[in-house]
Design a protein around this ligand. Sequence first.
Ligand SMILES: CC(C)(COP(=O)(O)OP(=O)(O)OC[C@H]1O[C@@H](n2cnc3c(N)ncnc32)[C@H](O)[C@@H]1OP(=O)(O)O)[C@@H](O)C(=O)NCCC(=O)NCCS
Length: 352
Amino acid sequence: MEITHIPAGSRSAADIDEVLAEVVDFATIINRASGLGTDFDPRSDEVRQELLSDDGYVTHQTWIGRLGGAIVATGIAYLTLRDNLDLADVWCSVHPELRGQGLGSELLAEMEASLAAQGRTQLTSYCEIPTATRDADLRGAHLAAESGAGSVTAAQPDVAFLSHHGFAFKQLERCSVAKTATAAKLSRVDLNAGYTIETWTGPTPEHRLEQIAFLHQKMSTDTPDAEELGEEESWDAARVRALDAKREENRELVATALALKGESAAGFTEVAHFDDRPRVGWQGSTLVVRDHRGHGLGAALKIANQQAVGESTQVERIYTWNAVENSWMLAINDRAGFATWAWVGLWKKRLA
Ligand SMILES: CC(C)(COP(=O)(O)OP(=O)(O)OC[C@H]1O[C@@H](n2cnc3c(N)ncnc32)[C@H](O)[C@@H]1OP(=O)(O)O)[C@@H](O)C(=O)NCCC(=O)NCCS
């Protein structure tokens, strides 16, 4: 296999546009084979951005494997540039008709060698298993997550591939989906004294940049098992502005609900959607800061934001991800009408 490595920013826009349709078509084939559904098909804008540029805070590197000129495998690594400099989140995929012939292994070996040479020796990865796929093999051997909660079927190709290549299965997440129409019928949660919730759509208002930066930073420490998957991220107003600018470029509209106690940030939740797929929403970060837990803010934030999304956008359904040990968040989501769509395994490997 002939493998080309494309770190974002290393090629001209004209060069990227030449391969873009082919890369998107390949990613669509991979997604259709996964059983996750067309909502998860790649978006051309996003793939283009991943190939073309970084925002100074995060970047992508892409590997394209070809046989006889055609793309047969791709790999992607997501790298943060200001913190976690030894970390890379990697994912590779092989054409469904060419699996089991060593192409995935060949690509991963190339990715690992390149990332290690860049000092990225801590790898994370993930596998996504639709509920129907997992339910079809309930009696087969299962691999338990090191978190102690949840398991995946050992015979699943991606599970077998990651274990075979020395990744350890750290944590299981539930991906679930809810209709915004269900949230519209829920009653808002009464807030304890001193707490307020603000909602907005689009870039962070200037006077909330500091609070949102603080909450993003806490996302990397105040979530279950966060320490397993990387060190504390560093966020400031400039990084929030850069994220907002990148979202705008990616035609990503984000609805945010922010909980405040006075002027202090207590929690937030975000739901994104893209203007070329306006009916599908993606739950982003949700966090209630440790000191403010136990006041019902998680449910209050989620319900307020979903209702705002339902009222101000065309979004009909929202997908969300939660660690299975995060039982309080799952209970909130159950109340908000979420039902399981897929299981996502989070994996980690330390390169020698
Ligand atoms: C996971 C994936 C990339 C593997 O690619 P591949 O080219 O089929 O993998 P390889 O042929 O290199 O397999 C290497 C090892 O993985 C394991 N493996 C891969 N597919 C397997 C399967 N269907 N059943 C059991 N083991 C399997 C085996 O241990 C195999 O080693 P072996 O050949 O010594 O038995 C491919 O199935 C794929 O594209 N899946 C969809 C994308 C995805 O889920 N990616 C997540 C992983 S980053």
